[in-house]
Design a binder for this molecule. Structure first.
Ligand code: NOJ
Ligand code: CA
Length: 556
């Protein structure tokens, strides 16, 4: 087979695409609505593929698109081999995959192996089959404790709040066993010690790889294996081999098997783990040879806008991936966390999933946040490896914090009794065009309003408005992605820190490009250079203003 030549005509082996890709996270429900029911769908995504090609992304990651009762926005799957009817059909997905490929864009889908939906046929079978049955063994059914089994089997808490167990009624009408759900009660956990669960998911992977999907984002990837004794766990016990459900050693067997499946297919199929772990050395184990290709980088996404802290996270990320030769992944936001314009505009610029109400207690200065988000975008896109962009990040959308309670849909809101506002604020439908809601999200004359209301001020943040504005976030993202693609020094490859003053991050990408991010309070000078490739804000008197990043070529 003919192999494309590498730049410069060298004979170096061709690198897999995912080592340097810019990957756009497309949250289907909120991207674009093709049929006017107020909910995004595959027809809407197909119609906007030219937008994504023009933006300059190499791949799209779709959040779950399968049939689902939507108790957790599609992370509760009732059929792993289909498409949610609200989103379209399998034929739409096939067409989307092949049209994206024609644009040179790869498709990554989300697979959710830790839990299914309580509407999955296996769960119905398990309820009907009764205690001790093979059908129940695919999940975690256990008798309750205490007189009459009225207490849950243990004290585990759901990650969404409340107990991690729900009691069922047996087919004969008697109060029955309890089942485990680390998330919402509608998301029963699968038992990965059961061979049929393993076989089923390997088959699901083959189903989608066979349809041309280029990669799999693995949801909650560290949670699959459980201690069969289901012991209580103190909240202080870190994930790891002694933890009853997080980051147990057995989970690696599962990914070795998945890697073997991915390797059956041509064309560099990629496995990406969604893994939140405090211990970088434990996280690194997932990219060991023969396991996952990459793991998400949550320390970077949670890091405050602070030079020493960012530098530490960058070094730690590179060190973590180095032994396995895996590329780093850089992510500023996703559908689970606050949008960066809000985050960087607050007095505390960190983020932590467990402390959302605390962060929301600070007012957000959107101008400051947007300025920093621009600087962060150039910093991030200059780092070695691949980069993820969560839809709307390229428009500078902010976290919508004033969604009326009755419209909120995130189970976190429900299960914490409103103490935690949840994730709806980063999932508001995108503004495409026009000056009034739905801003082109739905076609003109649509029957329904968007499933979450869009702020009026987003009339200035539509794709249409930003395309026409040379100083917009969208134009910055387009320029940066174009350069990132055309400059061989960017993407995968070496990086070297350069000496810099406090509050400044400066590094060289090979001999080609230098990135300088000024997170200090005052303007700074920067070294003589041949060319300014791109800056996140205008440079004044040859100085780099605060909260600004610049890409330079040819230091002299
Ligand atoms: C992580 C996903 O990103 C999140 O949206 C989901 O609620 C949980 N996993 C449970 O599947
Ligand atoms: Ca729709």
């Amino acid at each position: 087979m003919h192999k494309p030549a590498t730049p410069g005509g060298s004979t170096a082996p061709r690198q897999p695409w995912w080592r340097r890709a810019a990957i756009y996270q497309l949250y289907v429900r909120s991207f674009a609505d093709g049929n006017g029911d107020g909910i995004g769908d595959l027809a809407g995504a197909r119609a906007h593929l030219p937008y994504l090609a023009d933006l300059g992304v190499d791949a799209i990651w779709f959040n779950p698109w399968y049939p689902s009762p939507m108790s957790d926005a599609g992370y509760d799957i009732s059929d792993y081999r289909g498409i949610e009817p609200v989103f379209g059909t399998l034929a739409d997905a096939d067409a989307l995959i092949s049209e994206a490929h024609e644009y040179g864009i790869k498709i990554i889908i989300d697979v959710v192996p830790n839990h299914g939906s309580d509407q999955h046929p296996w769960f119905a079978e398990a309820l009907a089959a009764g205690p001790g049955s093979a059908a129940r063994d695919r999940f975690w059914f256990r008798p309750g404790r205490g007189p009459g089994g009225d207490l849950p089997p243990n004290e585990w808490q759901s990650i969404f709040g409340g107990p991690a167990w729900t009691r069922i009624t047996e087919p004969d009408g008697s109060p029955g066993q309890w089942y485990l759900h680390l998330f919402a009660p509608e998301q029963p956990d699968f038992n990965w010690a059961n061979a049929s669960v393993r076989a089923e998911f390997e088959d699901v992977l083959r189903f989608w790889f066979g349809r041309g999907v280029d990669g799999i984002r693995i949801d909650s990837a560290a949670l699959l294996s459980k201690d069969p004794n289901l012991p209580d766990v103190s909240p202080e016990l870190p994930p790891g081999p002694d933890h009853p459900y997080s980051d147990r050693d057995e989970v690696h067997d599962i990914y070795r098997a998945w890697r073997a499946v991915a390797d059956e297919y041509p064309g560099d199929r990629v496995l990406i783990g969604e893994i939140w772990l405090p211990d970088a050395a434990r996280l690194a184990r997932y990219v060991n040879p023969g396991e996952l290709h990459t793991v998400f980088n949550f320390p970077y996404l949670s890091c405050p806008w602070d030079a020493p802290e960012l530098r530490q996270v960058i070094d730690q990320t590179l060190a973590l991936n180095a032994p396995a030769g895996a590329p780093a992944i850089w992510v500023l936001s996703n559908h689970d966390v606050d949008r960066i314009v809000s985050r960087y505009g607050r007095a505390d610029t960190a983020f932590d999933l467990g402390r959302r109400p605390y962060f929301h207690s600070f007012p957000a200065d959107f101008d400051l946040g947007a300025r920093r988000a621009r600087a962060a975008a150039l910093l991030t896109m200059a780092l070695p490896g691949s980069v993820y962009i969560y839809q709307g990040e390229e428009l500078g959308l902010w976290e919508v914090e004033d969604i009326p309670d009755e419209l909120r849909q995130d189970p976190i809101w429900q299960r914490t009794g409103g103490a935690d506002p949840g994730r709806d604020g980063c999932r508001v439908p995108l503004p495409w065009s026009g000056t009034e809601a739905p801003f082109g999200f739905s076609p003109a004359g649509a029957a329904n309003e968007p499933w979450l209301p869009q702020p009026k001020q987003w009339r200035d943040l539509t794709v249409e408005a930003e395309s026409a504005n040379a100083g917009s976030m969208l134009r910055l993202y387009r320029d940066a992605l174009r350069l990132r693609r055309s400059e061989p020094a960017l993407g995968d490859g070496p990086m070297t820190w350069l000496p810099s003053q406090d509050g400044v991050l400066a590094f060289a990408r090979g001999a080609g490009v230098t990135c300088i991010a000024n997170l200090s309070d005052g303007p700074i000078g920067f070294p003589p250079h041949a060319e300014v490739l791109l800056a996140s804000a205008p440079l004044t008197n040859s100085l780099l203003p605060p909260d600004t990043t610049v890409w330079l070529r040819g230091l002299v």
